[in-house]
Design a protein around this ligand. Structure first.
Ligand SMILES: Nc1ncnc2c1ncn2[C@@H]1O[C@H](COP(=O)(O)OP(=O)(O)O)[C@@H](O)[C@H]1O
Ligand SMILES: O=C(OP(=O)(O)O)[C@H](O)COP(=O)(O)O
Length: 395
């Protein structure tokens, strides 16, 4: 991969694909970690006299311009962190974006609106993505891929656009790949992987590969219920991906063959609704009442997970153990974060929400080996998959 040092950027319009997919509460950014992670590359380009046009996505608006997914609050925060104004284009590659791109002076920065407002960004149809990538290419002379959290997506701005412009990888992508390579090549053992969060079917696939690389796999968060259902338990109204049950059964069977230990929660915090003030109790993992949903792993599971991490020498963790955004359901995530730290292992925490959780719960980021900006991206890297956004940069 070429680095940005290899590009002659002075006076050029450089499109930087960043991952600025930050958690929001209304229009308030609750964790700006991904914006901070984008600063070194943007600042480096500015210092070299580039005109920087940043493109990114927020949430999953499904090809429609939905105001609640606007990147405008992110433009404001980016400007504060850069200590320089950030022009905001109210469209992605239309009149506003073209005007902003044309008006930029050397060293200035603009952000275009949420790229996923365009159906062409995420389309599975090559021609539709190509049409959008062509329009984006019109905004810039050069491309820098720095949105590590989205490199696993075959999207127009990630995969098709770098094929249209001279391109290079940003520093964030380089650092992330470097650390993850360490986990795939020679992890010190025992190597434990903790999986949770809510993007269940997106992330289950990594287990296939982990069955031959990891020693222990701990399952928490919204993933739990598909495993419990696979074991024949009732999971009430918890997050469940029924069509993944066969896959999960297959993993459980193969784990035995490979001598990989699966650690599932033994108890669950079950609530009567998805809200911070919901009535809730700790119940046995195998006995979730039909009208309740599991929103966190229970205290005995938290202890069990910490014990299973204690002797690990390498730990990779993606996905919160519960709905940590609500105080009554943050205990499991807190315990696992502490377990990683106490293990003294080389620890990698991946994912927008997992990284946000670590910060929101007051942990010192330096207590972890590496905090990755990409959850799905780092998992797919560990799976050994070709990541479209990396492959395009390597061309
Ligand atoms: N039991 C659960 N039920 C529903 N959502 C959950 C549960 N446990 C965790 N979550 C949610 O998962 C989300 C994070 O999932 P995900 O996006 O997969 O993680 P990351 O961004 O770290 O890769 C959080 O917003 C959290 O509230
Ligand atoms: O938040 C992200 O991924 P993550 O939750 O796996 O860390 C990225 O911005 C990618 O978003 P997507 O999973 O909607 O493509």
């Amino acid at each position: 991969m070429r680095t940005i040092e290899d590009l002659d950027v002075a006076g050029k319009r450089v499109f930087v694909r960043a991952d600025l997919n930050v958690p929001l509460d209304g229009d308030r950014i609750t964790d700006d970690g991904r914006i901070r992670a984008s600063l070194p590359t943007i600042n480096h380009l500015r210092e070299r006299g580039a005109r920087v046009i940043v493109g990114a996505h927020l949430g999953r608006p499904k090809g429609e311009a939905k105001p609640e997914f606007s990147l405008r609050p992110v433009a404001v925060r980016l400007g504060e962190l850069l200590g320089a104004p950030v022009r905001f284009a109210t469209d992605t590659a239309g009149e506003s974006a073209r005007a902003v791109s044309a008006e930029l002076a050397d060293g200035e920065v603009a952000l275009v609106e949420n790229l996923r407002f365009e159906p062409g960004e995420t389309s599975k149809d090559d021609a539709e993505r190509a049409e959008f990538a062509d329009r984006l290419a019109g905004l810039a002379d050069l491309y820098v891929g720095d949105g590590f959290g989205a490199v696993h997506r075959k999207h127009a701005s990630v995969f098709d656009l770098p094929r249209r412009l001279p391109h290079a990888a940003g520093g964030l992508v380089f650092t992330e790949v470097d650390v993850l390579r360490r986990l795939t090549e020679s992890p010190e053992r025992p190597y434990a992987v903790v999986l949770g969060g809510s993007k269940v079917s997106d992330k289950l696939g990594v287990i296939d590969n982990l069955l031959t690389t990891a020693d222990r796999i701990l399952i928490g968060g919204g993933m739990v219920f598909t495993f419990l259902a696979a074991k024949g338990y009732e999971v009430g109204s918890s997050l469940l991906e029924r069509d993944q049950i066969d896959t999960v059964n297959d993993y459980l069977r193969r784990a035995e063959e490979h001598g990989v230990e699966f650690v599932l929660p033994v108890d669950v915090v079950a609530a009567d609704s998805f809200s911070a003030d919901a009535a809730h109790d700790v119940v046995e993992a195998g006995a979730i009442p039909a009208d309740r949903m599991g929103l966190d792993i229970g205290p005995r599971s938290a202890e069990l997970f910490a014990a299973k991490l204690a002797d690990a020498r390498t730990v990779f963790w993606n996905g919160p153990m519960g709905v940590f955004e609500m105080a009554p359901f943050a205990g499991g995530t807190r315990a696992v974060a502490q377990g990683l730290i106490d293990s003294g292992a080389f620890t990698v925490v991946g994912g927008g929400d997992s990284a946000a959780a670590v910060r929101a719960l007051g942990f010192d980021e330096k207590a972890f080996g590496h905090i990755s900006t990409g959850g799905g991206a780092s998992l797919e890297y560990l799976e050994g998959k070709t990541l479209p956004g990396i492959a395009a940069l390597e061309e």
